[in-house]
Design a protein around this ligand. Sequence first.
Ligand code: EPZ
Length: 417
Amino acid sequence: MSKLLIEGQRKLRGEVRVQGAKNSALPILAATILCGDESVLHNCPCLSDIDVCVEILRYLGCRVSRHGHTLVTDSRPMTGDEIPTSLMRQMRSSIIFLGAILARCGRAYLSFPGGCELGPRPIDLHLDALRKLGAEITEHHGRICCSAPSGLCGASVALAFPSVGATENIMIAASLAKGTTIITNAAREPEIVDLADYLNKCGACVSGAGEGTVIIEGVGSLHGTSHTIIPDRIVAATLMSAAAVTGSEILLRDVIPSHLGSVIPVFEEAGCQVDTQGGRINISAPQRLRSFRMVRTTPYPGFPTDAQAPVMAMATVAKGTTVFVENIFENRYKHVEELKRLGANVSAEGRVAVVEGVGELFSAPVQAWDLRGSAALVVAALCAQGVTEMDTTSFLQRGYEDLDVTLRDLGAVVKKI
Ligand code: EPZ
């Protein structure tokens, strides 16, 4: 288990390439099961969540090999239709395999993802939707048994909440269903569009991805393809927060600025100069940030819940008060207590957190509780006086590829021990 030592108050400078999106690579890797063929996925970040995903594919009998940031998967030899609890527990989002295994094998056996660091992770929307597509689903002792022996049939599915995972599971399962599936109140995240692009390259017929209604015309079979994963907008927002808190100017390469449409204005309101040009974002931060009043997390294209923690770290040293309302997850303020150890003035009650900006943070040993909370602690440590020690990088490496190396390349003094 590695720790991270971060010496604060160092300016950052230079340019950095933003990694491929974890939350796009995961559903697309699951979808490779459908084509019973070889797929080549470029720009796959080296993360522990991706490693778990690869382990699941191999457990099911698929062949997967990694060549730098390219993953080659071949689901021809797939024989399994069951994911053991041990693997399900390693990554809550492995529920995304349900639709793919069911569509390919006609049966699927998984366990409930169970609670996680963000609170309960219900999957009712996933299961209700798959039942509408004709799946018979029984649940006992934490295991989910799905079957659709005569295949799935297209249906209309109205999601009570635009769940990213549920939208992805339905798109994947419906691609090989008989007939047409219409998802209303679908999630609109860029990762949904990337999944649709991959599926259509494999011969699927998905339209409307990125809008509220997604239509999938089922096809008889799919074939392999090659695909490049989109850049990770949350990693981009995190690096922007690092520049903001250290009064730095950095250039992010290989990003898609339009994916940060609700994030960039927050940095501008905080006093940063943000210039976007093609696939680049240049951010130049003032010596002291201004508070940005109110941040409400909502489904895309609103402010992303995954950026709430790193941007809160930024608010802790901005001049004035910033109010956060976390509308997506019910327990996503675990980083608040740790930020307070660094001298931040934050009070969280239910979904609301009020941040009174302070002039300076001071190093202290802090504990990581979840992926984006860890990122928030790294951002805060970058502007704290002294050397901050974060107890583990196990959460960070789920979503950030070598963040310590990236920050060192930008001039930060960060050591992994
Ligand atoms: C995806 O999780 C992302 N993970 C999350 O990123 C992200 O925070 C989230 O979408 C929201 O954008 C991946 O893509 C792998 P949801 P997902 O289904 O699909 C409730 C990160 O840090 N809900 O949109 O699990 C749920 O409890 C991770 O990279 C139900 O009630 O998110 C939550 O409150 C964290 N029933 C809300 O909807 C369901 O059946 C949003 O969940 C499903 C979800």
